[in-house]
Ligand binder design. Structure first.
Ligand code: ATP
Length: 298
């Protein structure tokens, strides 16, 4: 898989604040790449640099193996801030204005873009009567003018309700299917887990980890058990010599194993042989959220 963007040892200071402290990662072509991090971790700064809106104090980035240039930027559509659309104009007319101002694409592309963001049927509806989700889809449509290979989106679901969030998630999946690479900053871990194939996690300007979402979630099996007598269950499991996480409120115990090493039948037998009858024994996939807190909290 070829590399769309390669970020290498980027540094950015705002006077005494070190917003980026040597960040490096690669974005593979065809991926949905999430840039994740708590507030103030440097996500927006990073996007500003790769879109040439901000200048780095050190390091380098390359799009398609080349240093940034006007020709390269034509291949990249971005949505860093909400564009100013005219409320009384239709989706079509708003995109005509964006196209004229930006010079990206041609008037002929507009219908194609509206179809891509699932607004073609509503193309003559005035912007003011759009739902928030539709407004955001039109903004993504504006970034798609000129059919860029890559889309860079900063917090694309910010401020949307669950329906709007689901619409954008579906749209991102569809755009990936159509061959676009998508780079998006987000602090919504659930969303990243559902839509992203790859991610980079930042904390106070430092890269904590990067890779496929599966790799980041780390290959662990988490087994959750419960029994009517929780303390007897804990006592029995303690003899296995593994670290236990006990949630008294939920009445559950969790055990962590390297991926593929949890033996559910053996655990069941071990408990039963020690006089503990399980009421629950499930294998849970680790959530990105749990991994994120582990990675950013120490
Ligand atoms: P958020 O999720 O809150 O948008 P972020 O991860 O996008 O955060 P940045 O906005 O890139 O993070 O900010 C990184 C750090 O740089 C923060 O400490 C922030 O206060 C600081 N910072 C950002 N922009 C400026 C600026 N123009 N002047 C001074 N400091 C800034």
């Amino acid at each position: 898989m070829s590399t769309v963007l390669s970020v290498s040892n980027l540094h950015k200071n705002y006077s005494t604040i070190k917003a980026l402290r040597g960040v490096s990662f690669d974005v593979p072509e065809g991926s949905v790449f999430g840039i994740l991090g708590p507030n103030g971790s440097g996500k927006t700064t990073l996007l500003g640099i790769i879109m040439d809106v901000l200048r780095a104090n050190g390091g380098d980035y390359r799009w398609f193996g080349q240093p940034g240039s006007a020709a390269q930027r034509q291949k990249i559509g971005s949505l860093l801030e909400t564009p100013n659309f005219y409320s009384y104009l239709s989706g079509t007319d708003n995109l005509k204005i964006t196209q004229a101002i930006s010079g990206r694409g041609t008037l002929k592309d507009i219908d194609e873009v509206l179809k891509k963001v699932n607004l073609y049927d509503r193309r003559w509806t005035s912007f003011k009567s759009f739902s928030l989700g539709m407004k955001q889809r039109l903004a993504i449509g504006a970034a798609l003018l000129g059919n860029p290979r890559v889309l860079v989106l900063d917090e694309p679901t910010n401020g949307l309700d669950p329906v709007g969030i689901a619409e954008i998630r579906t749209l991102i999946g569809e755009l990936q299917q159509k061959g676009h690479t998508i780079i998006m900053a987000s602090h919504l871990l659930d969303e990243v887990e559902k839509v992203c194939t790859h991610a980079a996690i930042l904390k106070t300007g430092t890269l904590i980890t990067t890779g496929t979402v599966e790799e980041i979630m780390k290959d662990e099996d988490i087994v959750e058990l419960s029994a009517t007598n929780l303390s007897a269950l804990v006592a029995t499991l303690t003899t296995l010599g593994k670290q236990l996480q006990v949630d008294e409120k939920a009445g559950t115990v969790q055990l962590v194993f390297p991926k593929g090493e949890a033996r559910m039948d053996e655990l069941n037998r071990h408990c039963f042989n020690n006089g503990v009858v399980l009421t629950q024994l499930v294998l849970r996939k680790k959530k990105l959220e749990a991994r994120f807190f582990e990675l950013t909290n120490n």
